[in-house]
Design a protein around this ligand. Sequence first.
Ligand SMILES: [Zn+2]
Length: 142
Amino acid sequence: MQKEPIYKLLKFYDFFETKEPDQFSSPDGMSINVGEVVVVWRFGKIGLVTDSLERLENFLNCFSILLPSSNLERKFYKIFQEIPEEKPDSSFQALEFHEAFWDCECEKDFVHRKDTLLVCPKCNAHQEDQPDSLAHEVADHI
Ligand SMILES: [Zn+2]
């Protein structure tokens, strides 16, 4: 059976290599022998003999959840944190101007029609010096 996926799986479940080749141990007291089949020892007893990666995964998964010393929860938490949240980027919202209106410098009622007013009687701003009104401002004004 292929050993690479097993090594990866064991690493994920915090197993570390022992001095013996293809022998792994976990801080939770399990040890695993990877050969023609995978043999899982738990506290000196055989817990599982399998040649299926899926069964090994299921087995490790069960015990990881049961054992309080497992830091899998932290790992999953970390994985979730690394998923970037999708945020709407407000900088993509282009500002829409309304060509028929302009803004004077008053704090209130600064939206004026271009065809009826050239100079604001209150702040003296000239239409030609001032920007077009924003479309949503015009909408509010009307
Ligand atoms: Zn004004």
